[in-house]
Design a protein around this ligand. Structure first.
Ligand code: PMP
Length: 391
């Protein structure tokens, strides 16, 4: 039986740099002691107080069908958080609760793109972006942000392909690069969106992990609230990856239609998860800071471990839980380096190429293991790179 083009074309097919990841997994299954620096998953679990709130809600009966758009109280809490941090007037009418940021990415593209429409996104990109766009029947088109420009996208490059496109997806703080888009970059991007009548989909799931500079939500820029859909999530901010809870923040008219979409797809998020999320948000920034502290520490440890050599150079780690390392001095591709490092040192990293063409010759390191093991891995990685330059 024939399947739809839409579903069979979600992933591009062929080698996409993820081979090394699956090879590392197989090595672990076979009993090898691999140091895993691949996936954006905290090495701590969800805070016990959040789990208590979840348990209390579930035992108290919040196990039936829940409010599809999200409970009023949770939507209020998300709206208040956004208004407080961005200054943009925000109410529950602007908020849809979704099963994680991924569902929000799918929903937002679904809301603004028709079949065959062009949806723009920036390369390097989070792995699911092109597939999400294909999944709703639109055509993904990437715009490279170059290493030479510290992976800040250039407005002129976006403008050059913007004509006729429906949306632009950006992500700051950025996975995989760890770069935060500057206010200048965001201001110019906003202008391109206005000039070309593009929807801006702003993935801000790393908004609590800011190590250098400030996080600016482009929804706060002049005339942008009406054309910006913000994707949020509690996966990274509250170590709730498995709870699947996030949101879309956008104009009420868009949210109204997205509630319809949720009614006909996910049917919302479990009530006990929603209540736990509401509890977590009520704890404010102290809990968020506790969750993000290990990455802030390891970012400094990364810089220290890279001092005094220039074989492995780091892209400025301004935010998020990753360090992007430039290994072009070895003459190897990211994929060759990651594979060779896995074989020689049993250290698993992600080749830059798995996040698009712009990150070729780089590797992404997730700062998600304990400090000592992490520093040891970075030092061994540098020593390994040096042997490749010499040979
Ligand atoms: N956007 C980015 C940039 C991500 O890195 C991730 C997860 N790694 C997501 C969205 C989706 O996260 P979740 O669905 O867990 O909220």
């Amino acid at each position: 039986m024939k399947l739809s083009q839409r579903i069979t074309h979600i992933t591009g097919g062929g080698s996409d740099g993820w081979d090394v990841f699956y090879r590392a997994r197989r090595m672990i299954d076979a009993g090898h002691k691999v140091t895993e620096l691949t996936i954006g998953e905290h090495d701590i679990r969800t805070h016990p107080s959040i789990l208590e709130a979840m348990n209390k809600a579930a035992v108290g009966g919040r196990t039936g069908y829940a409010e599809v758009p999200g409970s009023f109280a949770l939507r209020d809490a998300v709206a208040a958080r956004i208004q407080e941090r961005t200054g943009v007037p925000t109410t529950q009418q602007n908020i849809l609760i979704t099963p994680g940021g991924q569902a929000a990415l799918f929903a937002t593209h679904n809301a603004v793109c028709d079949q065959g429409d062009t949806a723009l996104y920036i390369d390097p990109y989070y792995a699911t972006y092109p597939g999400t766009i294909r999944g709703i029947g639109a055509v993904p088109k990437s715009i490279q942000a170059h290493a030479e420009n510290d992976f800040q996208p250039k407005a002129a490059d976006i403008a050059a392909v913007a004509e006729g496109a429906k949306s632009l997806l950006i992500n700051s703080p950025n996975n995989p690069t760890g770069v935060i888009y500057s206010p200048e970059t965001l201001g110019e991007i906003a202008q391109v969106c206005i000039d070309n009548d593009l929807w801006l989909i702003s993935d801000e799931v790393y908004d609590t992990q800011i190590w250098e500079g400030t996080h600016l939500s482009p929804r706060a820029l002049p005339n942008m609230a009406e054309r910006t859909l913000v994707v949020g999530s509690m996966s990274k901010s509250h170590a709730m990856t498995g709870s699947r809870i996030g949101w879309v923040c956008g104009p009420p008219e868009v949210i109204k239609h997205l509630i319809n979409l949720a009614t006909h797809t996910t049917y919302g998020v479990p009530g006990y998860i929603q209540d736990a999320a509401q509890f977590a948000l009520a704890q404010g920034t102290p809990l968020e800071d506790e969750v993000s502290a290990p990455f802030q520490r390891r970012r400094l440890l990364t810089l220290q471990a890279l001092e005094g050599q220039n074989v492995v150079r780091n892209v400025p780690v301004q935010g998020a839980m990753y360090a992007m390392l430039d290994i072009r001095s070895t003459g190897m591709t990211g994929e060759e380096f990651s594979n060779a490092l896995l074989d020689a040192e049993l250290i698993a990293t992600m080749p830059g190429e798995s996040f698009g063409k712009a990150a070729a010759g780089h590797i992404r390191v997730a700062m998600t293991i304990n400090d000592d093991a992490y520093v040891d891995a970075i030092k061994r990685l540098v020593a390994f790179a040096k042997t490749k330059v010499a040979s």
